[in-house]
Structures are given as C-alpha cells and as structure tokens.
Write a protein that binds this ligand. Sequence first.
Ligand SMILES: Nc1ncnc2c1ncn2[C@@H]1O[C@H](COP(=O)(O)OP(=O)(O)O)[C@@H](O)[C@H]1O
Ligand SMILES: [Mg+2]
Length: 330
Amino acid sequence: MLDDTKSNKVLVEVKDLKMHFPIHAGIFKKRVGEVKAVDGISFDIYEGETLGLVGESGCGKSTAGRAILRLYDITEGSVKIDGVEIGDTPQPNLRKMRPTMQMVFQDPQASLNPRMSVAAIIGEPLNEHSDMSKAEKREKVLSLMDQVGLNRDFANRYPHEFSGGQRQRIGIARALALNPKFIVCDEPIAALDVSIQAQVVNLLEDLQEEFGLTYLFISHDLSMVRHIADRVAVMYLGRVVELASRETLFSDPKHPYTQALLSAVPEPDPWLEEKVDRILLEGDVPSPSNPPKGCNFCTRCPQVMEICKTEEPPTVEIAPGHIAACHLYS
Ligand SMILES: Nc1ncnc2c1ncn2[C@@H]1O[C@H](COP(=O)(O)OP(=O)(O)O)[C@@H](O)[C@H]1O
Ligand SMILES: [Mg+2]
C-alpha cells in the first residue's frame, strides 16, 4: 500500500504502449520484420512514488523507459504525463514538456561528454530551457552540486577525473537541473562498485523526498527494487506479466515468471538458503522479433497448459491493485 506521504494522484499514465523497431535487410533495405521490444504495456505511476520495473536482460525495460519519455517515436499507445498526452506529440513540440521528465542512465561514463567540464554538463539543460543569466546559471549549478554531494571546488574538472559514483552524481545533478517531476532511473547503480551502490540509492531516495519526485526505477536486481520501490511491475518479453505493491509481490507472487525470478534471489542466511525452492528456468528468453504464440512465457513456464500455447492471457486484477496476465488466474 502507498503510505500517506504519497498522493493518490496519477502523474504518469501508460496505456497499451508498443515500441517496435523495424528490421531492414538486403540491398534495398526492405523491411523484413520488427523487434517487438515493448509490446503493449499499461500502468499508472502515482505522484511521489517509485514504481520498480524488473525483468531479465533483454525483456524491454530500457526501451519502455525511453519510450515513456518519448526518446523514441512510439509505435502505438498512449503516454500521459500530468494529464498531458505526449504519445503522439511531434518531437519539436515535445521540447516544452522535456523539463518535467528526465532520465538517469545506467552508464555515467557513456552519458557524460568527456570534453565538457562538470559545470558545463550540469548547466547544459539550463542553456536550452531557461533564460538565466550566466551568474544565475553558475549559482544554480553550484547548488545542484551541493544537493548531490559533489564538492563545488571541482566544478571546472572533467568527468574522467571523477570516480564512477561521483560521475553518477553528475548525471543526477544534470537530470535535476530543470526541476523535473518524473525521472526514469535506468539501472542507475548497475555499473557501480557494490560498495558505493547504496550511497547513490540513498541519494536518489533523499532527493525524492526533498523534491517530491516520481520515479520509474528500472533494475534487474530484485533486492534493490525491494528496497526502493513502492510498487513493482514485472516485465517479460515486452509485456507486463504482474504488478503489485512491493509487499504483495515479494510475499505472494502469482505469475510463474515472478515466482522464478524471486526464487533466484540469493538468500544471505545459509540456514534458510537450504530451504529455498529454486525454480530453474530452462532456455533463453525468445527473440522479441519472433515471440511465441499465445503466452510469451509458454516456452519456459514450469506450469504451462495447452491454452497457453494458443491464447494470449488477459490481464486480470486478482486482488485490489494486484494484476497478473496468466491463464492460471483467468
Ligand atoms: N534501437 C533498437 N533497435 C532494434 N532493437 C532494439 C533497439 N533497442 C533495443 N532493441 C531490442 O529490444 C529488446 C529489448 O531491449 P532493452 O529494452 O534494452 O531490454 P532491457 O533493458 O530489459 O535489457 C532487445 O531484444 C534489444 O535487442
Ligand atoms: Mg536495459
């Protein structure tokens, strides 16, 4: 359940979102198929909450995050931010909406321009979206550096002079520059040393509280999501297969895929470790350019039934706020 510091206002509304990438081949670059990276996902994100998005690598999490921010022209569906439909807004008109929604990337090394100073990187969004004077910008950049725990004296240094954790703080400061409401955090700590992961997560949590931020937190690390998310959506091969509050998802997972993912989380207590029933998933995630007929998970599901191989399972609400797409429950 959402606690009372979170509102009941929906800030982000995603409906039947599809992002298919065309596959071209041959000398005439004919369109021969498509990668169905995101294939019809729907969920709401409440103002001030963190929605975790989990699933194995390749299941479409990053594409979903980017499509929601309209870093792509989406194939189908609707995305509303604060009541404004941006799913079909042409790119030039999106500029006005950009400040409200930002992204923190997985690899701070790759997402920071090595030839720009830290101050220039953090201040870049201000050049385009504000009419601050040079002095005002400088002051804003320095206060952003304070907010993310970077020493102001390093404002003129370059990204390579910083550690991985500090570089991620630079990326976070840049994302905050325009006072966004909604931030997609795409595996923001996956590339960092384990020893500093917690610091960056704590920073993100502190900033959320201070500025009332709403997060879509993408991760393949379930213990991290369990720590940070209010609700969790589980993705498999372009679809959301289950969504529930954190407590419900971890204590009472319904979808066989969620059950398998959770059973693979390492148990730190060696006494309990023996008791964990591991569900081993066989085979790899099928290619999103040629997904199975029926349920996407039917080729690997330990509880597969005949109907699963022919009919796509409907998404049903098993209990209030707990949805799953599986024939076991429909
Ligand atoms: N620009 C693109 N063009 C073609 N295929 C893509 C593109 N981006 C991602 N994909 C494919 O879409 C699928 C989902 O990728 P991604 O969203 O990165 O998954 P995840 O973040 O869950 O690991 C993968 O099969 C990937 O190869
Ligand atoms: Mg990814």
